[in-house]
Design a protein around this ligand. Structure first.
Ligand code: SF4
Length: 246
């Protein structure tokens, strides 16, 4: 009980520090994919209001699929950038490249959803034959010299993909975010296995703490703004970079 109180108080203090000024911002959009573990495509997006004076040092923008509403996305991102936020865009990557060029100016980092490492497994999970377009998106973002990383939501059904997903990210020279939901039915051994990836440079692991029917299930809801998870990943990242240089 006391430990929990101390933890909560520390969390409130950390949230005031600029380094931990991170938020996750929902842009109400639908999505053209049909991922089996997601409810977005079964619903209609609601409207959400972002106050004009909204500011956080780091903002992670997610949907649905934010690139489905390019004009709203541009207006929101430009507003955040002009206020000085560092902007992260979470996308499935199957967007219209020409339409997105105007958006990219306002984005510091793009996180591309990578649910499966082959054409067939990608189709099985997303219900869309989109793997080739996904690869073309990576090439496009590389040409645009955008800072990016891959985002792999791991579940029991997809745990076996992990080595191939990591190998793919390594081959492309991209950082990898692995995340799972706190309610996922992982026993201790698979969890240890997932967390071992933290020791690899460029890999971070997050535990998603929230669930929302209208949020992309490929987004680690609640995890990115958790000061503790930020600290743990930072510590592992420093450790893995030091040991890989020894
Ligand atoms: S998980 Fe994300 S990419 Fe997949 S259907 Fe849901 S919103 Fe779209």
């Amino acid at each position: 009980m006391y430990l929990l109180k101390i933890k909560n108080s520390l969390t409130s203090i950390l949230n005031y520090l600029p380094f931990f000024s991170v938020t996750e911002l929902y842009l109400p959009t639908l999505c053209k994919l049909r991922c089996f573990h997601c409810e977005v495509w079964k619903n209609h997006a609601l409207d959400a209001f972002v106050p004009k004076d909204f500011y956080k040092k780091t903002v992670h923008l997610y949907g649905g699929e934010p690139t489905q509403d390019v004009s709203r996305l541009t207006s929101l991102l430009s507003r955040l950038k002009l206020k000085g936020s560092r902007t992260h865009l979470w996308t499935h990557g199957l967007f219209d490249e020409n339409a997105l060029k105007s958006v990219l100016t306002w984005v510091d980092h793009i996180h591309v959803y990578f649910p499966a490492p082959t054409q067939e497994t990608y189709r099985n999970i997303t219900g869309e034959d989109g793997f080739v377009q996904f690869l073309s998106c990576l090439e496009f973002l590389k040409e645009e010299k955008k800072e990016m990383s891959l985002n792999f939501p791991v579940r029991m059904e997809t745990l076996e993909f992990l080595p191939d997903v990591h190998e793919f990210a390594r081959r492309y020279g991209l950082d990898l975010i692995i995340h799972y939901h706190k309610d996922a039915s992982f026993s201790k051994e698979p969890l240890r296995y997932i967390h071992r990836y933290r020791r690899i440079p460029g890999v971070t692991v997050y535990k998603s703490t929230h669930h929302a029917a209208l949020a992309c299930a490929g987004f680690p809801l609640g995890a990115l703004k958790s000061p503790w998870q930020i600290v743990i990943n930072l510590a592992y990242s420093i450790r893995s970079r030091i040991t890989s240089n020894l």
